[in-house]
Design a protein around this ligand. Structure first.
Ligand code: C5P
Length: 432
C-alpha cells in the first residue's frame, strides 16, 4: 500500500451461520478507514446476499470463478494480489481444509491459492468440528505456512452445543485486522495466532516481565456481618491478568472477594480489605508493570465491632469513618515503583477530564477511564462489555466498546508495545 492510500482488504466469506457477522465487520472496516472487496462462497450466499455485501462495502461482490471471464476487468490473480490483507471470515472447516492442502475448486479457494498477500483466517464452526483431529492438523499446517489463524471464542453455539468454535465478535476481528495492517489508533491485539508467538514464548510481548494486577472490590468490615464496598465484579481485572499471562508475563493477581475462577497461569492472592490488598501489593513488588483495576473502598470504619451490632441496642449507629490507603498512589510514590503504573477510573461525569486529573494526582503513567453513569454503568459493572479511554502523556486513546476480554488484550498489546519501545524493565524508570 502506498503511503496515504487506504489499506485494502479482500474479505472471503464462507458458508456458516456466522457469515451474518461479516456485515458488521465490513462496517467496522469501512469506519476504520480501510476499503473492502468481498468474495462470497456458494454456502455463504445461503446466509448473506451479495447485494447486502455490495451495499455495505460499496464495491462489486464476486461469487464465482466464471464471473471473472473478463480478465481485463478483474481476473482471480488480480483480485488476489490487489489487497493488502486477505481475511477469511468466517473460515469454515471445509475452507480451512481446502486451504491447508491447496484445493482450488471455486473462486474463494482459487484466490486463496493464488494470493501472495498475508492471509488471516477467522474460524467458526461447531465445537466437535473445531476439536476434530483433522481440523487441528489443518490449522497447524496453515499456521506453519504463515497463515494467521485466529483462535475462535468459546460459548453457546447456534447449533445448541457449547464450546470453542464461535466466531469472535466483529470488534475483536477488526482489532486483529487493524493490528496486522499497523493502523494507528485502532484497537490492537498482539496476542492471538501469530506462528512465532505460538511456538516460541520468547516472542511474547511480555515474556519475562512481572505484571501486578489488583481486581475486584474490597470489603471493609463494620461488624462480623456488615461491610462497606464498591460495586465490582472483578471481570475486567481478571481478564487483564489472563491476557498478561497469555502474553508471557509472570502475573500476580491480588483479588478482592469475587466469584471468579483463577485465570490459567496466574498467581492469585486473595484479600478482603483495602489494607490487606495494600500489604499484598507491597509484598508482591518489585514488578515491571502495575495495573490497579480494583475498586478499592475509599473508607473503612475506624473501629470494627466485635459482635454484630444490634438494631435495638444502638438505634442509628454513628459510624466513624477513616480513609483507606491509596494503593495506586502509594505504589507510584514508592521506591519500588514499577516502570509502568496504570490506574483505572470509573467515572459518572467528565470521564476524560477526571482521568487526566487522576493521572496527575496519583502519578500514574496511564489511566484507563470508563463511563459508568446511567444504564451504561449498569451494563459495565458486572457486565461483559466495556468502553474505555486510555489517558497517557501522549493523549487520549479511545477504544471502541468491546467485550472485557478484548479490552484486556488491547491494553496488554499496548503495554507490550510500550515496554518494547521504552525498554522498561521495572525499578524506577518512568514511562516517558
Ligand atoms: O480515586 P479512585 O478510586 O477513583 O481511583 C481509581 C484508581 O485508583 C483505580 O486504579 C483503583 O484501583 C486505584 N485505587 C487504589 N486504592 C484506593 C483507591 C483507588 O489503588 N484506595
Amino acid at each position: 500500500m502506498n503511503a496515504g492510500d487506504p489499506p485494502r482488504i479482500l474479505l472471503v466469506i464462507g458458508g456458516g451461520i456466522a457469515a451474518y457477522k461479516s456485515c458488521e465487520l465490513i462496517r467496522l472496516i469501512r469506519k476504520g478507514g480501510a476499503q473492502v472487496t468481498c468474495i462470497i462462497t456458494r454456502g455463504g450466499q445461503q446466509f448473506v446476499t451479495p447485494m447486502t455485501l455490495a451495499a455495505l462495502s460499496e464495491n462489486p461482490v464476486y461469487t464465482a470463478l466464471w464471473d471473472l471471464k473478463n480478465e481485463a476487468e478483474m481476473g482471480h490473480i488480480q483480485l488476489s494480489r490487489e489487497a493488502d490483507l486477505v481475511v477469511v471470515c468466517p473460515a469454515t472447516a471445509d475452507l480451512l481444509a481446502k486451504m491447508a492442502v491447496g484445493i482450488a475448486d471455486d473462486l474463494a479457494t482459487t484466490v486463496l491459492l493464488a494470493t501472495d498477500k498475508p492471509v488471516m483466517a477467522v474460524p467458526a464452526m461447531n465445537v466437535r468440528m473445531w476439536e476434530h483431529a483433522a481440523t487441528r492438523r489443518n490449522v497447524a499446517a496453515l499456521r506453519q505456512s504463515g497463515v494467521h489463524v485466529v483462535e475462535p471464542d468459546a460459548g453457546p453455539m447456534a447449533c445448541g452445543e457449547f464450546g470453542a468454535g464461535r466466531l469472535p465478535e466483529p470488534e475483536a476481528v477488526w482489532a486483529q485486522i487493524s493490528q496486522r495492517l499497523s493502523l494507528p489508533g485502532a484497537a490492537v491485539d498482539a496476542l492471538a495466532g501469530q506462528p512465532d508467538f505460538d511456538r516460541d514464548p520468547a516472542h511474547r510481548a511480555l515474556h519475562g516481565k512481572h505484571v501486578l494486577v489488583t481486581a475486584g472490590p474490597t470489603h471493609e468490615p463494620i461488624d462480623p456481618v456488615r461491610y462497606i464496598a464498591n460495586r465490582s465484579s472483578g471481570k475486567q481485572g481478571f481478564a487483564i491478568a489472563e491476557a498478561a499471562a497469555a502474553a508471557g508475563a509472570r502475573v500476580s493477581l491480588i483479588a478482592g472477594p469475587v466469584q471468579l475462577d483463577t485465570p490459567h497461569g496466574v498467581d492469585r492472592i486473595n484479600v478482603e480489605s483495602a489494607r490487606e490488598m495494600a500489604e499484598a501489593v507491597t509484598a508482591a513488588l518489585p514488578a515491571d508493570v502495575g495495573i490497579m483495576v480494583a475498586a478499592v473502598a475509599d473508607w473503612r470504619t475506624k473501629d470494627i465491632a466485635r459482635e454484630k451490632m444490634k438494631k435495638r441496642d444502638t438505634g442509628l449507629p454513628a459510624l466513624e469513618l477513616t480513609e483507606n490507603p491509596d494503593i495506586l498512589a502509594d505504589m507510584a510514590a514508592s521506591s519500588q515503583r514499577p516502570g509502568l503504573v496504570i490506574g483505572f477510573a470509573a467515572e459518572t461525569q467528565d470521564v476524560i477530564g477526571n482521568a487526566i486529573a487522576k493521572r496527575a494526582r496519583k502519578n500514574a503513567d496511564w489511566i484507563v477511564a470508563n463511563d459508568v453513569s446511567g444504564p451504561r454503568g449498569k451494563s459495565v459493572m458486572g457486565g461483559d462489555m466495556n468502553h474505555v479511554h486510555i489517558v497517557s502523556d501522549t493523549g487520549v486513546d479511545s477504544l471502541d466498546a468491546m467485550p472485557k476480554d478484548a479490552v484486556a488484550r488491547a491494553l496488554i498489546a499496548r503495554i507490550g508495545a510500550a515496554l518494547a519501545q521504552n525498554n522498561i524493565d521495572g525499578g524506577d524508570t518512568r514511562n516517558g
